[in-house]
Design a protein around this ligand. Structure first.
Ligand code: FES
Length: 328
């Protein structure tokens, strides 16, 4: 059961390679979409193995350039199939897209901003950097990639931000030292992060250890960046007397929906928490890939965001009836 979606058709006007594995897509919507703010995303309906699925992609622009919607998609050969479906699209193809929505809003009252991107997590931060630069806000930008050739938008950001832009090549320089990065941020300064889950966990731990208020750390992550490779598993639902086989390329949420079992959902990328289900038992480690549950809740293993998280194989018994408070 999906909330808040207004769909319209959009034509793929152009694609362009940004790196060997990241491609820019420019869509022309059939009707002009409403204004959007930095950090916004759209949902795109893609067909994966004959099934219609929904994927979320951050908008690269801040909405001021023209009527086109630009997103960038990293090809994940071992992912759930959404990026492969996107990369198979050709100019002139028509897809369904949603209105822009924003779960990663840029506040404008902070004395300074630190933006940190890991890999393709650069996408929502491009529009934020542009907005902050235009507004003359103090800004430092750190962008970690494995190799220079993976650094989409690096030249653009360098031209906007000059010495405030720091490209970090992990193959040459090792991992970013988050403690050093956080230390000079002033007391009310905000940090915006987008990147893989493991990097997000490191940033969150560093921020917490430095005694910084969590309200000043804003983040988003990839639904696909788990600790384990995707494995098929069995989902057992005692409430319905059902047992579902969830394929490696499928999410638990899509398997439940295909089986006709209603689960609330919205963001479908582990942010809103609407799709949270109770775990009754599980015989394999659970790969929590959301940014909604707290570290303590993930360690307890009593809840799971069905849109992104999954057991690493085996058998999981769940109850879809749980509806906890947003702060749970
Ligand atoms: S639908 Fe938002 S966390 Fe799953």
């Amino acid at each position: 059961m999906k909330f808040l979606d207004t769909w319209q058709q959009a034509t793929l006007a152009a694609t362009r390679a940004l790196t060997p594995t990241i491609r820019l897509f420019e869509f022309e919507p059939s009707h002009r979409v409403g204004a959007w703010t930095p950090g916004s995303h759209i949902r795109v309906r893609v067909t994966v193995d004959g099934r219609v699925e929904v994927r979320c992609y951050s908008l690269i622009d801040d909405g001021s350039a023209d009527a086109r919607l630009r997103i960038a998609v990293k090809l994940s050969e071992n992912g759930l199939g959404g990026s492969r479906a996107m990369w198979a699209l050709k100019a002139g193809d028509v897809v369904d897209i949603s209105e822009p929505d924003n779960h990663f809003e840029l506040g404008l009252g902070a004395p300074s901003y630190t933006l940190v991107a890991g890999g393709v997590g650069i996408t929502p931060l491009v529009s934020m950097a542009r907005a902050l630069k235009r507004g003359g806000r103090p800004l430092r930008f750190f962008y970690a990639v494995r190799s220079r050739e993976e650094a989409a938008f690096a030249d653009l950001l360098q031209s906007w931000l000059g010495e405030d832009f720091h490209l970090w090549i992990e193959n040459d320089a090792g991992r970013l030292d988050f403690a050093k990065l956080v230390e000079p941020i002033d007391a009310e300064g905000e940090l915006y992060f987008c990147g893989p889950i493991a990097m997000l966990e490191a940033v969150r731990k560093t921020w917490e250890a430095a005694g910084r208020p969590m309200s000043l750390l804003r983040y988003e992550s990839f639904a696909s960046s788990g600790h384990y490779a995707n494995q098929a598993f069995t989902a057992v639902l005692p409430r319905f007397g059902r047992e579902l086989q969830v394929a490696a390329h499928q999410t638990l949420l899509s398997a439940l929906e295909e089986a006709g079992i209603e689960v609330l959902s919205d963001c479908r990328r582990g942010e809103c928490g609407l799709c949270t289900v109770d775990i009754l038992s599980c015989d394999a480690p659970v790969d929590h890939r959301d940014v909604f549950l707290s570290e303590a809740q993930k360690a307890e293993n009593r809840k799971l965001c069905a849109c992104v998280s999954r057991p690493s194989g085996g058998r999981i018994e769940i109850d879809t009836a749980y509806r906890g408070p947003a702060t749970a």
